[in-house]
Each structure stands twice: as structure tokens, then as C-alpha cells.
Design a protein around this ligand. Structure first.
Ligand code: PLP
Length: 399
């Protein structure tokens, strides 16, 4: 069977590949610490689980409206109003099978050959592949540690062409944890305002995981003139520790929402009815636990940043949010491991950490900025301390 040209344009997700590798090693009894997966170690809150159980008992087990139940759309509308000051009607809201599905739907419904999509790098692994699957061209803007992993208005202006269809903004970011302030977003928005053909995909998936009192902002809120060409994307996976439930959602202009529903009607149909009922509870219930969880993540962030910065040759900026750090290590490239292997790339380094230190991270090349790695610190402090100690030892052993 010859696979399609569209399929041949994409690669399997590097982060999911590392997660499977860790599963296999653990099954084989290897003492490996997995810092590759992008999911909270916290459990889904009990009140959310109870809502799902109740939904099953109530017979909410049938097809729903293709792009979401009226109840979940109402909860999403209330969420956008409460958290972001954004007003949407049900016709401006879509519910999808995870935030990744929202991305897939929006891009596949709108992008075709010749269209460009601006993606700040380092980026979440799925952005370029989904754009390429649709036949579009990703246009990267490099934003390294020297600019706190954030693009500047001048860089954005230089990247926009008549073929630009979307700009993807992800704050706080996977993989760096960097977050844009309202003022920084406004400055980027002022550039986009000057180019009326450009739309914004605002990926706010990590909205509730922010540190040191950093105030969340999203572009449709700080630049009201962009409201008519912004898709504001969010979901339950990260904030509510519901990665397995698969609920993502977005608010945006009704014609785009309708286009997404059309594609969804011929692919997945509705997201799981029970997960939708659970998401209503998550979005409408007591939100106070979100702050407690963010505080727990902050303690872990501080531990990891400090231990990684203790390594000669590694620079680990302090992120404002999400649960990732993105240390760079150009000073370690070219060194040799105790087994005599030269570390030529960040992928070599990740291989060395996995084989010799039994720590799994994901290499920076997968996110478009090398030499670096992404570490997810969504695990216990004890494991993080052990993992960072192993990385410290492995780096000290390099010659
Ligand atoms: C930046 C970003 N956006 C969206 C998603 C999608 O999450 P999900 O499909 O689990 O809802 C992820 C998950 O890793 C992410 O990191």
C-alpha cells in the first residue's frame, strides 16, 4: 500500500515516540525516569470523574451535536467570559477531540498549497506537521533563550507575506514555558492589525499554569480589532489533568467555526459524550484547585531550573508558565561520553541521557531549536531531584 503524499509530508510525534520508548523500557524492568511526556502527573479531580459517572447513569451515551453539546458550549462561553473577558455565542464555539484536533480541524479546513503559516520556534511539535499535512508551508521565526523564547514585533513583521494565512501564538509555550505579557501581545497584535489577510491561532492550552503572579493574556482580548480573525483555543487536558478524556475547544468567527464543524462531521463526529459531560463539570465547578496545582508546579520548576543551571555548559532560563524547561547546551556539543561516543547533536545527548543516565527527555531539534532539550517537570519532586542528579553526573562525565 502506497501511503498518500499528505501522509508522507509528516513525521510521527517525537514526544509521543519518547513516551512509548519509556513505557517499553519500564515494562522491561529498566529504572528509567520519564521527563518526556507533556501531561500533568496529577489525577483528574474527583468531581469531574463523578460527573462522568453520572452522565453514564443518565444515559448520556449517544451521539451529540457534531461540534459539542449545548451544555458544554454554554460552559465554554462562560469560561471565555470569566477568564478572558471574551464574548462568544454558541455559533462561535467548537468542541473537538482535544486541542490537537482543534488545531488539525482549523488548519485542514483553511490551509492549502501555497499558504504560509507563521510558527515561532521552538514550537509545539504538531504545528508544522499539521500545516504540512494540509499542504501549507510553515514559516519559522527563531526565538532563542537570548530573547526569552519570544518573537519580537519586528521579526513578525518581516515574516508576514501576501501568502501568510495564520500566525500561531502559544503562550505559555510548549516547549519553553515562556509566556507573553498583555503588552507584548499588544505589540505583536499591532503588527497583525496592519495585515488584514492574516489570522491568529491563539493556543492558550497552558493558561492556568503560570508562576510568580504572571497575569495571563490572550490576543483577542488585548487587541479587540483582531477578534474577528482570531481563533482562541483552549482545552481541558492540561489545566484539569484530563489528557485522556480528549476535550479541546475554541472560540472564533462563526464561518470558521462552521467550517470546522463540517470537517468534524465527516471525520470524528462529536467528541465523546461522557467526556463532554465531564468537561462541563471541570469548567463550571470550583476552580480554586488550579492555583494550588500551579503552586506545586512552581516548586518543581524552581528545583529543576536551579539543578540544571548548576551544570557547566547548560543554560536553563526560568519559564513563566507551563510545566516545561528548555535548557540549551551548545557548550557540551563536541564532547565525548565515557563510552567514547561524540555528542554531535542534541539528539545524541538525549540518547546518552537515556542509555547511560536512564533519564528520558526530548531533543530540541524536534521543537525547531538546537542544541537544547525539553524537560517536562510534571512529576514528583523526589523523581525530579533524582533525574537532575543523574543528568548532572552524566554531564560531568563528558570529556
Ligand atoms: C501547546 C499545546 N497545544 C495544544 C495541545 C493539545 O492538547 P490535547 O490535544 O491533549 O488537548 C498541547 C498538548 O501537548 C500543547 O502542548
Amino acid at each position: 500500500m502506497q501511503t498518500s503524499a499528505a501522509l508522507q509530508r509528516i513525521q510521527p510525534s517525537a514526544t509521543l515516540a519518547m513516551t512509548s520508548r519509556v513505557f517499553e523500557l519500564k515494562r522491561a524492568g529498566v529504572d528509567v525516569i520519564g521527563l518526556g511526556a507533556g501531561e500533568p502527573d496529577f489525577d483528574t479531580p474527583d468531581f469531574v470523574k463523578e460527573a462522568a459517572i453520572q452522565a453514564i447513569r443518565d444515559g448520556k451515551t449517544k451521539y451529540t451535536n457534531v461540534d459539542g453539546t449545548p451544555e458544554l458550549k454554554a460552559a465554554v462561553i462562560e469560561k471565555f467570559k470569566r477568564d478572558n473577558g471574551l464574548d462568544y455565542t454558541p455559533a462561535q464555539v467548537t468542541i473537538n477531540v482535544g486541542g490537537k484536533h482543534t488545531l488539525f480541524n482549523a488548519i485542514v479546513a483553511t490551509v492549502e498549497a501555497g499558504d504560509e503559516v507563521i510558527i515561532p520556534a521552538p514550537y509545539w511539535v504538531s504545528y508544522p506537521d499539521v500545516v504540512q499535512f494540509a499542504g501549507g508551508t510553515p514559516v519559522f521565526i527563531a526565538a532563542g533563550a537570548d530573547q526569552a523564547y519570544k518573537i519580537t514585533p519586528a521579526q513578525l513583521e518581516a515574516a508576514i507575506t501576501p501568502r501568510t494565512k495564520w500566525v500561531i501564538l502559544n503562550s505559555p509555550s510548549n516547549p519553553t514555558g515562556a509566556a507573553y505579557s498583555a503588552a507584548e501581545l499588544k505589540a505583536l497584535g499591532e503588527v497583525i492589525e496592519r495585515h488584514p489577510h492574516v489570522w491568529v491561532f491563539a493556543d492558550d492550552m497552558y493558561e492556568h499554569i503560570l508562576y510568580d503572579g504572571f497575569e495571563f493574556a490572550t490576543i483577542a482580548q488585548v487587541c479587540p480589532s483582531l477578534y474577528e480573525r482570531t481563533l482562541t483555543v483552549n482545552g481541558c487536558s492540561k489545566a484539569y489533568a484530563m489528557t485522556g478524556w480528549r476535550i479541546g475547544f475554541a472560540g472564533g468567527p462563526a464561518p470558521l467555526i462552521k467550517a470546522i464543524a463540517k470537517l468534524q462531521s465527516q471525520s470524528t463526529s462529536n467528541p465523546c459524550s461522557i467526556a463532554q459531560a465531564a468537561a462541563v463539570a471541570a469548567l463550571s465547578g470550583d476552580q480554586s484547585f488550579l492555583k494550588d496545582r500551579a503552586a506545586a508546579f512552581q516548586t518543581r520548576r524552581d528545583l529543576v531550573v536551579s539543578m540544571l543551571n548548576d551544570i557547566d555548559g547548560m543554560t536553563c532560563p526560568t519559564p513563566e508558565g507551563a510545566f516545561y524547561v528548555y535548557p540549551e547546551f551548545s557548550a557540551l556539543i563536541g564532547k565525548t561520553t565515557p563510552k567514547g561516543k561524540v555528542i554531535a547533536t542534541d539528539e545524541d545527548m538525549i540518547g546518552y541521557f537515556l542509555d547511560d543516565a536512564r533519564v528520558a527527555a526530548v531533543h530540541g531539534a524536534a521543537f525547531g531549536l538546537s542544541p537544547a532539550m525539553r524537560i517536562s517537570y510534571a512529576t514528583s519532586e523526589a523523581l525530579l531531584r533524582e533525574a537532575c542528579t543523574r543528568i548532572q553526573t552524566a554531564c560531568a562525565d563528558l570529556r
